[in-house]
Design a protein around this ligand. Structure first.
Ligand code: GLN
Length: 470
């Protein structure tokens, strides 16, 4: 049990060494002291303290306490919280207020959690560096000249810098795992459908999943078991309820890795060395680690960017200056309401994606791009399914590089997109995957390792992840 774990906090609460009010107060002070990191867009100071005092009373009255009692949670600014602003870090939605809460928020609150505030992210969750937010970039607390990764950069930094116990992010192509890797925290993308998307601003609906950032695997497991399970408001959610995970040691696991992913010139030397080190360790601990030929690596990024931008162009068509959100004051007629509101409201990266998505869906190119990418997605799913008949997990680094400097990749979208090379597969096939902060470069930058498992094998994945964390 680490000192900053939820278990340690609950132990201190039980021993009356701290209270929800004291803990919440100390987070709020820390957020203020680290304001320059720009992780929070808004802190719900008054509401969080009122809730903390309500929870302290609950304990005083000896009522039954929820499993996230007093746990302070930061929430990515693309998840609805009733009566609070919600913007996906975009000017398009500045001023918008949500009239309901996402299912995940309802479930956290039902277990006595405290929502601390909204966390900065790339605009509409598109990006790998948190540089595209309308609220400005988020700084990586380990080296403030470097990006925290994206798109859930604020969620990663909030945990990294001790500005909450745990946070929520969303992962469409790696936006939980890649920033977790850059910031040295645990980040988990659940199986597609495990966690309800009701109340999550849609980016690419067949990829999006909400998941936790945490200081350790046990905390991530606790959050996931709280938010996961069937939800009548999301037709793609799994059919079963999720009660609680029991994490237990697993011996002699069979682990695959892709030869092409490691024997590759574009992977950072120290990331590669860390991977080799982990492989040796896993073998020494009695597991089997095998290189698999995977000739599809080069297709992952193109397939992901064709399909995710297609879905994004469709999802983002609702921001039209009429229904809600930004409406251009410069529009002189009906048509200009649409064109000017969208041109002025969206940032550059979002416009890139809408253009790309509209192109791959257009009549003349639909079959060549969209249909083709769907076919590749099916081949990948079949190939990965076959693999699980022989293996328990797929292992890789989370990202090919440690955190890069601001501006380093912003002029080169392809270089930026390539940071997702190891993460997009889990979204393309729907598998759960976790990034673990297992290594550091000589300079002290975190290096995450990613474990991926078959659909709905979260308990097994978390069990093994916890062993690796030791
Ligand atoms: N970096 C990826 C992208 O820009 C992933 C985004 C995400 O997972 N939300 O699309």
């Amino acid at each position: 049990m680490t000192t900053n774990s939820i278990a340690a906090f609950h132990k201190a609460i039980q021993a009356n060494e701290t209270s929800c009010t004291e803990s919440t107060m100390s987070f709020i002070q820390k957020i203020e002291a680290k304001k320059h990191l720009n992780a929070y867009i808004e802190v719900f100071e008054k509401e969080a303290l009122e809730r903390a005092s309500f929870l302290d009373n609950k304990k005083r009255n000896k009522e039954k306490l929820g499993k996230l009692f007093g746990v302070a949670i930061g929430v990515k600014d693309n998840i609805c919280i009733k009566d609070h602003k919600l913007s996906a870090s975009s000017n398009m939605l500045k001023g918008f207020e949500s009239i309901y809460s996402a299912t995940v928020i309802e479930r956290l609150l039902a277990e006595d959690a405290i929502i601390l505030g909204r966390l900065n992210c790339d605009e509409f969750a598109m990006g790998s560096s948190n540089e595209t937010s309308a609220y400005g970039k988020v700084l990586n607390a380990i080296d403030e000249n470097r990006t925290p990764g994206g798109s859930s950069g604020g969620s990663a930094v909030a945990v990294q810098a001790g500005l909450c116990h745990v946070s929520l992010g969303s992962d469409t192509g790696g936006s939980i795992r890649q920033p977790a890797s850059y910031c040295g925290v645990v980040g988990l993308k659940p199986t597609y459908g495990s966690v309800s998307r009701y109340g999550l601003i849609a980016f690419a609906s067949s990829f999006d999943q909400i998941g936790p950032f945490a200081n350790n695997v046990a905390d991530a497991a606790l959050v996931l078991e709280t938010i996961a399970g069937k939800d009548k408001n999301d037709a793609t959610s799994i059919q079963n309820e999720v009660d609680s995970f029991s994490l237990k040691p697993l011996k002699k696991q069979k682990i695959a890795y892709f030869k092409q992913a490691i024997e590759n010139d574009s992977i950072h030397k120290e990331v590669k060395a860390s991977f080799e080190n982990l492989k040796t360790r896993l073998e020494a601990e009695g597991n089997i680690v095998e290189a698999i030929d995977f000739p599809y690596l080069d297709y992952l990024i193109p397939t992901y960017y064709v399909l995710s931008t297609a879905e994004a162009s469709s999802n983002l068509s609702r921001y039209d200056g009429v229904h809600y959100g930004y409406r251009s004051p410069n529009a002189k007629n009906m048509e200009e309401v649409y064109t000017k509101s969208r041109s002025e409201g969206f940032g550059k990266e979002v416009k890139n994606r809408i253009m790309l998505g509209t192109f791959v869906l257009s009549a003349g190119y639909y079959d060549a791009y969209y249909t083709k990418a769907q076919q590749v997605r099916r081949i990948l799913k079949n190939k990965i399914n076959d693999l699980y008949s022989n293996f328990d997990f797929i292992l890789s680094p989370t990202a090919p590089n440690p955190a890069f400097k601001f501006g380093e990749k912003s002029e080169d979208p392809v270089a930026m997109y390539l940071e997702d090379i190891y993460t997009v597969l889990a979204n393309l096939v729907g598998n759960p995957a976790i990034s673990l902060p297992l290594y550091k470069t000589k300079e002290g930058l975190p290096i995450g390792m990613q474990l991926m498992a078959n659909d709905q094998e979260e308990e097994k994945l978390l069990s093994f992840a916890q062993q690796l964390e030791m």
